[in-house]
Design a protein around this ligand. Structure first.
Ligand SMILES: Cc1cc2nc3c(=O)[nH]c(=O)nc-3n(C[C@H](O)[C@H](O)[C@H](O)COP(=O)(O)OP(=O)(O)OC[C@H]3O[C@@H](n4cnc5c(N)ncnc54)[C@H](O)[C@@H]3O)c2cc1C
Length: 390
C-alpha cells in the first residue's frame, strides 16, 4: 500500500520498478506515484529506493552532522558567459559546470528540468544532451519535479551523465544505485541544490492568477532570471511577456515558501549530504544590496565533485572567488540543523498524527508551547484533507 502523504515526488520508485507498473501523477498540487496493483509483483524495490520511508518506519532519518565537522572546499562562482549567467538561478554555476563537462567530453548529458510547453505549470524533468537543452533548463523550479523518472532512460542509454536535483532526489538516486550498480557508472556527478523545501504547483498557479494573468495562457515560467536575485516571469504564445515581478518582492513568499510537501517539513537534509557538489545562493545583506548579475556558491562534498569544479575553474568555464565553508553555511544558516533542531519535533508530530505513535507526544507539545506550529499545521492539514496530494 502506498502512503502518498510521505512522498516527496522524487520519482526514483518509477525507475526502480522492474515491472514498470509505477507512473508519476502530476496533480493539482504535488507529484505522487500511482501503482498498477494488477501488475505489481510486490518485490519491494520501490520502498527500498524511497527517501521517505523513515516516516513510515517511525525511525529517525539518517542524520549526518558532517556540516559541523568537515571542511569541504567551497567556491563562489559564476559563468563568464552572460548568455548562461543572467537567466540562471544564481550565477549559472550549475549550468556552467555541466557545459564544461560536456564540452570537454567528460559527460554526455544531464538530468535537468524545464517549465516550458503547453503546460509549464507541470515542470518536466528530462535528459539534456546539448547546450540548447541545458540553457532551456536553467534556473530553479520552485515547483514539484520528478527527476528520478528520467533515470529509467539513463538505465537504457549507455553514456556518462550528470544528475541535478534536490537532496531527496539525490538520495533516491543513491539508493537506486545500490540496486542498479550500472547507474553509479553512468551518473558521473550528482549535483544537489541547497533546498529549503519544495512548494506546491498550486502556489505558482495561484500567484499567477492573483496577478491577473490566466495560468492557462502560460507557455514558459521563469522563476528566477534577468540577473540576480532575478525576476519571476511568465511568457505566453510567441514568447509574449505576461507577467514580470521582482523575485524578492513577493514571489519568494507566495511561490517559494508556501505549501510545501509534508515530507519537506520532516526533512533534515537541506544540504545534499549524498551529492558530489551542492549549490546555493550567497544570501548576505551585502550581496543582496549590490549584486545584480549573480554568483553561485558551490560546496564540493566528494573528491569527484572537487575535481569537476576545479577542472571547470582551471579551464575558465567558471569565474571564481574563494570562500570558506563558514561563509557557505552562513548563506543559509537556518538550514544548518543540529540533532536538537525543532525539525525533529515536526517528525514527532507526523508520527503522532499519522501513525498514532503516542510516545512522540512530548516533542510535539514542546514545539506548540514554544510557538513553532508551522510543521504541525501542515501535518494537520495533510491529515484532514483526504485529497492532500491531488
Ligand atoms: C526547490 C528549491 C529550493 C531551494 N532553496 C534554496 C534555499 O533555501 N537557499 C539557497 O541558497 N538556494 C536554494 N535553492 C538553490 C538555488 O535556487 C539555485 O538553484 C542554486 O543556487 C543554483 O543556481 P545556479 O545559477 O548555479 O543554477 P542554474 O545554472 O540555474 O542551474 C540550475 C539547474 O537545476 C535544475 N533544477 C532547477 N530546479 C530544479 C528542481 N526543482 N528539480 C530538479 N532540477 C532542478 C535546472 O534544470 C538547472 O539545470 C533552491 C532550489 C530549489 C529548486
Amino acid at each position: 500500500m502506498v502512503d502518498n502523504r510521505v512522498c516527496c515526488g522524487c520519482g526514483a520508485c518509477v525507475a526502480a520498478c522492474p515491472a514498470g507498473c509505477i507512473e508519476m501523477q502530476y496533480g493539482r498540487r504535488f507529484n505522487w506515484p500511482r501503482v498498477d496493483e494488477s501488475r505489481c509483483t510486490k518485490c519491494g524495490r520501490c520502498v527500498q529506493v524511497c527517501p521517505s520511508t523513515f516516516l513510515l518506519d517511525g525511525t529517525a532519518p539518517d542524520f549526518d552532522d558532517d556540516l559541523r565537522r568537515a571542511d569541504y572546499p567551497c567556491h563562489l562562482v559564476h559563468s563568464p558567459d552572460d548568455a548562461v549567467r543572467l537567466d540562471a538561478a544564481s550565477g549559472g554555476g550549475i549550468t556552467g559546470l555541466i557545459l564544461h563537462l560536456m564540452e570537454t567530453g567528460q559527460a554526455d548529458g544531464a538530468v535537468v528540468a524545464r517549465c516550458t510547453g503547453a503546460n509549464p505549470l507541470a515542470a518536466e524533468a528530462f535528459l539534456a544532451t546539448d547546450r540548447t537543452g541545458l540553457l532551456e533548463a536553467r534556473g530553479s523550479k520552485y515547483t514539484p519535479v520528478s527527476s528520478g523518472t528520467v533515470l529509467r532512460e539513463v538505465l537504457d542509454r549507455p553514456g556518462r551523465y550528470v544528475f541535478v536535483g534536490t537532496p531527496c532526489m539525490v538520495e533516491g538516486l543513491s539508493r537506486l544505485e545500490g540496486l542498479r550498480p550500472v547507474l553509479a557508472e553512468r551518473i558521473i556527478l550528482k549535483i544537489s541544490m541547497v533546498c529549503s523545501g519544495m512548494s506546491s504547483r498550486e502556489s505558482t498557479r495561484r500567484y499567477i492568477a492573483d496577478a491577473g494573468v490566466d495560468p492557462q495562457a502560460a507557455r514558459r515560467i521563469c522563476y528566477r532570471g534577468d540577473g540576480w536575485p532575478g525576476r519571476f516571469r511568465v511568457y505566453g504564445d510567441d514568447e509574449r511577456l505576461l507577467l514580470d515581478r521582482p523575485y524578492l518582492e513577493d514571489a519568494v513568499v507566495h511561490v517559494v515558501s508556501r505549501d510545501h510537501y509534508l515530507r519537506c517539513w520532516n526533512c533534515v537534509d537541506h544540504w545534499g549530504r549524498l551529492a558530489d557538489v551542492v549549490a546555493c545562493d550567497p544570501w548576505t545583506r551585502d550581496v543582496v544590496e549590490h549584486e545584480r548579475k549573480g554568483w553561485s556558491a558551490l560546496m564540493s562534498r566528494t573528491e569527484r565533485g572537487h575535481e569537476a569544479v576545479t577542472s571547470a575553474i582551471e579551464h575558465g568555464a567558471l569565474v571564481t572567488r574563494p570562500i570558506t565553508m563558514e561563509d557557505m553555511l552562513g548563506y543559509n544558516r537556518p538550514l544548518v540543523l543540529g540533532p536538537d533542531h525543532p525539525r525533529h519535533a515536526w517528525m514527532a508530530a507526523y508520527q503522532l498524527i499519522f501513525r498514532r505513535r503516542w510516545k512522540y507526544l512530548w516533542p510535539v507539545m514542546r514545539n506548540v508551547l514554544g510557538g513553532r506550529p508551522a510543521g504541525l499545521r501542515t501535518t494537520l492539514k495533510a491529515r484532514l484533507q483526504t485529497v492532500y496530494y491531488y
